[in-house]
Design a protein around this ligand. Structure first.
Ligand code: UD1
Length: 427
């Protein structure tokens, strides 16, 4: 397994362009199945999760290739709607194919994506939504079979604004007969991006970005070329890294409006932020100030996907901060690792009390999930001495070569891959 080796203490400095958004690209790639023909998607990052999605699309019969940051998919050759258990298990986002395959083939057969390191992650809202559109769903153990001769528009209320359920229902409803209204919808920017993509193919959707989304069903969609939005979580990670290392970094290819809750928190911590068009400059030379209380909640509130990274900044702050996690129950796994680096953090149920220390120290730590891993990299950049982050494959699920991106900003970080065992006998 690869490791990242970081020599800490170097302030980040320079300019970096932010990659396209993984969480926008994944539903968009799944949504391409709604049309028959060649769909081209630009600004798709080279990530493990994206490659798994393309692999599944190939398994369904599509031709799919990823060259540079452009993905080309020919969906015309797709012939089946069974997602193999092995591929389903590799990535939770395979669930996004449920709505599109049901709409296109009238059936879909897949497996429960199961829990993951950060929590239980149920799919009941996805299933309820599709049932409301007329799908018959049978579950045998982990196997799920959905069938619908014709999907019909419906009024669907989500008891919790689930991002994935909102996207799955939106995609299925695109080809349903009549009008679907989703109330209590999630409002994340990635949902707006999905609306723009589907509308570019001829769908009739309004309201994404608000809590009510209306979809007028259409007969068919036409393939298009589309560019995904910049990744707000990768941008946020770099912003926090710049602040934690007391550096100065300009990020280009961002949507500052998508980062307003983070910008607000960073400003409260005393970090300087300048915004000019699609560029954000983050700079500070002072120790951060504690932020009394941050609560993760659905967009536009503070995102759970930036909770662990911001915790590193607060671990170095002057004073005591509280971070409350309300979205996923298992999302404090980075705390034990940060403690090994000298942080003073106590977890009480879903709240972490963070007493700032003046410095962190390098250690060997383990990335337990994607964003926890990103937090440990930031901690390593800010710490005194050498940090080794193990289990880097988790980080590779969301960051397109995190070490190259940070090295371009002056960080002393390298990837160390294990020497392959070729079975040779020495001597
Ligand atoms: C998406 C993001 C993920 C982010 C999360 C919350 C993608 C690919 N992933 O995940 O990075 O952390 O939003 O912003 O876009 N829930 C149910 N039943 C359901 C669905 C969800 O109870 O049917 C619960 C989940 O267990 C969780 C909460 O709702 O506690 C949020 O989940 P959801 O908004 O669906 O997140 P994802 O779409 O999985």
């Amino acid at each position: 397994m690869d490791k990242l080796v970081i020599e800490g203490g170097q302030p980040l400095s320079g300019t970096i362009a932010i990659q396209g958004a993984k969480n926008a690209a994944l539903p968009i790639l799944a949504g391409s199945m709604l049309a028959s023909g060649t769909v081209v998607i630009d600004s798709v990052p080279q990530l493990l999760d994206i490659e798994v999605m393309l692999h599944i699309l190939q398994e369904l019969g599509c031709r799919a290739e990823h060259v540079g940051d452009t993905v080309t998919i020919n969906t015309a050759t797709a012939y089946q709607a069974h997602i193999p258990e092995k591929l389903m298990g590799q990535m939770r986002s395979s669930i996004f194919l449920m709505g599109p395959l049901l709409a296109r083939f009238g059936e879909v057969h897949l497996y429960q994506p199961g829990g993951c390191a950060i929590g239980e992650r149920k799919i009941d809202l996805h299933l309820e939504g599709l049932r409301s559109l007329g799908a018959e769903i049978e579950e045998y153990g982990d196997r799920i079979s959905c069938r619908a001769e014709k999907l019909r528009g419906a009024d669907i209320h989500l008891g919790f604004p689930s991002v994935g359920a909102t996207e799955n229902i939106m995609m299925a409803a695109t080809l349903a007969e009549g009008r679907t209204t989703i109330t209590g919808a999630a409002r994340e920017p990635e949902i707006q991006d999905l609306q723009h993509f589907l509308n570019a193919m001829g769908a009739r959707i309004i309201g994404a970005g608000t809590d009510t989304i209306t979809i007028e069903g259409v007969e068919s969609l036409t393939p298009c070329r589309y560019r995904v939005i910049p990744d707000r979580i990768v941008a946020g990670t770099v912003m926090v890294a710049a602040a934690a290392t007391k550096g100065k970094v300009t990020l280009t290819n961002t949507r500052p409006a998508h980062l307003s809750s983070l910008i607000h928190v960073l400003r409260r911590a005393g970090v300087g932020i300048g915004i000019e068009g699609d560029a954000i400059t983050v700079g500070t030379s002072a120790r951060p100030k504690a932020v009394e209380r941050i609560v993760t909640s659905p967009y536009p509130a503070f995102p759970t996907d930036l909770q662990s990274q911001v915790m590193v900044l607060l671990a170095l702050a002057d004073g005591t901060s509280i971070m409350k996690e309300t979205i996923f129950e298992g999302r404090f796994k980075h705390v034990d690792e940060l403690s090994r680096m000298g942080a003073d953090i106590r977890v009480d149920l879903n709240a972490a009390v963070i007493r700032g220390v003046s410095r962190l120290y390098g250690a060997t730590v383990e990335a337990t999930d994607l964003r926890a891993g990103a937090a440990l990299v930031i901690a390593g950049l800010a710490a005194n001495g050498r940090t080794v982050v193990e289990q880097v494959h988790h980080i590779d699920r969301g960051y397109d070569s995190i070490e190259s991106m940070l090295a371009r900003l002056g960080a002393r970080i390298v990837r160390s891959a294990p020497v392959p065992d070729n079975g040779a006998v020495p001597g």
